[in-house]
Design a binder for this molecule. Sequence first.
Ligand SMILES: [Zn+2]
Ligand SMILES: [Zn+2]
Length: 74
Amino acid sequence: MDALCPVCAQPMNWVKGDYHCDTCQSEYRQLADCPDCGQPLQELKACGAVDYLCQHGHGLISKKRVKFSYQLVE
Ligand SMILES: [Zn+2]
Ligand SMILES: [Zn+2]
């Protein structure tokens, strides 16, 4: 899955825990929100896979349903 830059819509590179857009020369942090309540999801990392947990009653959210957004890292 490619992460696209929220500004220029070009594919971004994964660099040291954040996404880097070569075109914008900017770093973006990926945020995962619950598709049901819009609250940030807790990331549960296990065995190389990542699960997403909604702490507001929606339980585990499959990665396909997670709403990803990108926040500029200052
Ligand atoms: Zn960009
Ligand atoms: Zn939720």
